[in-house]
Design a protein around this ligand. Sequence first.
Ligand code: COA
Length: 223
Amino acid sequence: MLSATASDPPPGSARLPAQAAARAPIRTLGPDDRPAILQHLLALGERDRYLRFGFAAQDEHIRRYVEGLRFGLDEVFGIFNRRLQLIAMAHLAYMVRPGQGSDAAEFGVSVSAHARGRGYGQRLFARALLHARNHGVRWLYIHALSENAPMLHIARKAGALVVQQAGESECHLELPPADFDSQWSELLQEELARVDYRFKALRAWGWRWGRRLLGWLGARLGR
Ligand SMILES: CC(C)(COP(=O)(O)OP(=O)(O)OC[C@H]1O[C@@H](n2cnc3c(N)ncnc32)[C@H](O)[C@@H]1OP(=O)(O)O)[C@@H](O)C(=O)NCCC(=O)NCCS
């Protein structure tokens, strides 16, 4: 267990990561990414779906969830591999409270089974936290099942207070206000992720055409 030091923030306040997402750039997703999101979520096994959504989500639930994503209102972040497959994603949903606007948001995340343990879950959390902070969110919530040890570990590590009740855990985190560093850091991360994605797309396109060209040449020479 970590022991508190004088410089630790109070319980429930965000511990800001020193340097988040230097590797594995995280891109903000949009409506064009719905097919990749659907593919990623449908590939989750039964137990992962249960942990992610809090119930045994069937394909139809997942389809409806993806169709209902409110791009432009909420934020969805993703990590792509070299083949442009979405291997991790997070959803930051703003919680609008009557008369109070939205100073709170809820975080949900999933990482493809083969890509776990590489820090993607934590990076997505740090990315969502940064965005939330820069957009005036004061409270970040995560609802997880109490058996979800990795998720609770990630939340606690970031400084969240965890309240457990009847097999479920509510984690909440008070975010500091935005500052120049947080704004600049988000801008930089977003730009890096965009460049990285374009580069991967270009490389994938090059491979595709390279293979076609080789096939065509092979056929011509074989005649
Ligand atoms: C939860 C989830 C997103 C974590 O993704 P991930 O990329 O593997 O997470 P990371 O690699 O960033 O970090 C996992 C952390 O949990 C720790 N961990 C893993 N298994 C653990 C366990 N059984 N008990 C305690 N901690 C555990 C790891 O050691 C690591 O912490 P560390 O870096 O301090 O060592 C992933 O397991 C997942 O997609 N699960 C299914 C969906 C889900 O549960 N979503 C969360 C509900 S919203």
